[in-house]
Ligand binder design. Structure first.
Ligand code: ATP
Ligand code: MG
Length: 602
């Protein structure tokens, strides 16, 4: 069998020579650079290559962390300053070696972090780069900078994606703008991903760029939580909208963009037992236990009645309190009211019933929630939404991937008051997850929940009320167990330090855009492997739309300039000065005030 000759990967010359290895500490390597002109070839963030231990015909790739120039002083000058009596040690080339207080020798030095290895792959008959480091370089091994043709050859290794169909083209590498940066689309979503960056750093645009690519796949399945209505103009997506407080029973005209969005009600009977308790029961009350019992009994009765009426025998035998089955909340209130006022026949005439007066507060809470306009999407859905089949229809709206433009589903939450946002986003996430969970293995299709502005509804749990805690827990469950059922989270936030740690720490791939706040930088650093910390120094100085991508979806942790999406989200930064330069119509604040009163811009 004829051996395929190895192609030559790098042709290094004097021009690319940087220096020789002087110290190795697992992934950290120090290079001794002889001359100042050699040192000038080194720049922080640049890639270098080292020969693997003699005998193994591979290359190690490193990233320059630090460039240190030795400042030479005359021997007498040095001795005078430091009052050193013993002779100063000298290097081969005559340079002085100065001992600093830290005890470290200072000569012309380049420090670098090893990133991976290039080896010949006999099966694929080509060079392959991998993130593993099996061999460290020998002392005195040559180190060359990767520039021009050398850099090109290396970038080719990264960009000739092994399997082009699995690749998600995100942008161009900052170090070589002619090379396209691909993510492995499988690995990126497999174990959750995060997109983090200060406000205006380009997160929403990056989301749109990824959605655009994903939408082109025939049966992709992504659900976007759109908190500000930024994605409502994307033409390739299906648009859903949670109705605002003024909407149930609304008679006034709806706007065009509202017309293009399907309304998504979430009727109250979708709540599970825990969510209902969190919403209606006050644990601190003396009668809380009885309240829970009576409430649950009444709900079970309600669900039973509906099932019996519809002759759903199988479900009737197996359903639980948590099962999403329509029931009448009014009947539950009537029942509780009855118990609350019940009188029994005693020996000496009528006496108060077992629960007499215990449900007063519960009833007040129930009635106030029901009349609270903000909860209209739960309690005031049209009658058709309370059909037994309504849930199936709702799930088709949310999770279909087969009809036209249904691969990306954008749910517009912009009409939802911020204080109940966590509850309802959490409810949607839980329903999607559970439907996925209960789908047979063969029919299950992977799906991604894109959580833009995640800090608003996925905060750390301290100080949350019980209802909000439930919704964060829904996401935490997905973060922990979603992988097995093909549900991935794509967390997007400008305040990573405010986002639930449980959720964020499960994200295996991170796209970090410019990040200026130091708390947030610390949070991001914690998500990344320690050896890459020096890379993160660039977080505050990156350009808009420029990102550091780390994780198993990229061959190399890299700075990438993200390609702009063709269809841009409505998040454009406002140009204050230019706007002020223009003439404008008389303001109509009366309308704004009315909108504020009715909680909707319709
Ligand atoms: N890849 C990019 N290339 C060039 N310009 C970009 C890019 N991404 C974003 N921008 C510019 O930055 C602006 C803000 O971007 P974007 O709305 O995506 O920020 P954001 O991070 O989502 O902000 P926020 O946290 O406030 O939602 C855009 O209007 C656009 O002008
Ligand atoms: Mg945004």
């Amino acid at each position: 069998m004829a051996m395929v000759r190895r192609s030559v990967l790098f042709e290094f010359t004097e021009d690319t020579f940087l220096g020789r290895v002087r110290a190795v500490d697992t992934r950290k390597v120090s290079i001794h650079v002889k001359t100042d002109s050699d040192l000038r070839k080194a720049k922080v963030g640049q890639l270098v290559s080292l020969k693997e231990t003699s005998g193994v015909k591979g290359w190690l790739i490193g990233l320059i962390d630090k460039v240190i120039k030795f400042v030479s002083v005359s021997e007498s000058e040095h001795n005078e300053k430091n009052q050193v009596s013993e002779p100063v040690p000298k290097l081969d080339n005559g340079d002085l070696v100065l001992r600093l207080e830290g005890g470290e020798d200072v000569i012309n030095t380049v420090r670098l972090t090893l990133l991976g290895t290039i080896r010949w792959n006999a099966e694929e008959k080509g060079w392959r780069f991998s993130r593993s480091i099996v061999q460290v370089p020998d002392i005195e091994a040559e180190c060359h900078v990767l520039v021009n043709k050398q850099l090109e050859s290396f970038m080719n290794l990264l960009t000739t994606a092994k399997n082009p169909e699995q690749s998600l083209a995100l942008g161009k590498y900052t170090i070589d703008e002619s090379a396209t940066a691909y993510l492995d689309g499988n690995k990126f979503f497999q174990r959750h991903a995060a997109l983090l960056g200060s406000t205006g750093s380009g997160k929403s645009w990056t989301v749109a760029a990824i959605l655009e690519k994903a939408a082109k796949l025939p049966t992709s399945n992504l659900i976007v939580f759109d908190i500000h209505g930024e994605y409502r103009n994307l033409r390739y997506a299906r648009h859903l909208r949670i109705p605002g407080p003024e909407e149930p029973g609304k008679t006034s005209k709806i706007t065009l963009s509202e017309y293009l969005q399907e309304v998504l009600y979430l009727p109250y009977w979708l709540l599970n037992a825990e969510e209902m308790q969190a919403m209606f029961i006050d644990r601190s009350e003396f009668s809380a236990h009885n309240q829970v019992m009576a409430f649950q009994d009444a709900v079970i009765e309600g669900k039973k009645a509906v099932l019996a009426n519809l002759k759903k025998t199988q479900v009737l035998n197996a359903f639980t309190l948590d099962s999403p089955i329509p029931f009448s909340i009014d009947a539950v209130i009537d029942k509780l009211n009855e118990l609350n006022e019940e009188m029994e026949q005693g020996i000496r005439g009528l006496k108060q019933g077992k629960f007499y007066g215990q449900f007063g507060r519960l009833l007040t809470r129930l009635r106030s929630k029901l009349s609270d306009k903000r909860y209209g999407f739960l309690f005031h859905a049209p009658q058709s939404e309370h059909d037994y089949d309504a849930m199936t229809r709702m799930v088709y709206k949310l999770m279909d991937y087969k009809s036209e433009n249904s691969q990306v589903k954008v749910i517009d939450f912009s009409e939802v008051p911020s204080d109940i946002l966590p509850v309802i986003v959490g409810l949607v996430a839980r329903i999607v997850y559970q439907v996925q969970f209960w789908t047979n293995h063969e029919n299950r299709r992977p799906l991604v929940l894109v959580c833009d502005e995640a800090h608003l509804y996925l905060p750390k749990k301290e100080g949350l009320n019980p209802v909000e805690q439930r919704s964060v827990e829904a996401f935490e469950k997905i973060a922990r167990e979603g992988r097995k059922y093909g549900v991935a989270l794509f967390i997007v936030s400008q305040r990573p330090s405010d986002v639930s740690t449980t959720v964020l720490s499960q994200c295996n791939n991170v796209i970090a855009l410019r990040l200026t706040n130091s708390d947030d930088q610390t949070t991001v650093k914690k998500l990344m492997p320690e050896s890459l910390e020096s890379l993160l120094e660039v977080l505050p100085v990156m350009d808009i739309g420029e990102a550091l991508v780390v994780g198993d979806s990229v061959l190399l942790p890299s700075r990438i300039r993200i390609t702009q999406p063709e269809e841009k989200p409505l998040s454009a930064t406002i140009d204050f000065w230019s706007e002020w330069l223009k003439d404008a119509a008389k303001p109509d604040f009366a309308r704004s005030v009315e909108n504020m009163r009715k909680q909707g811009r319709g």
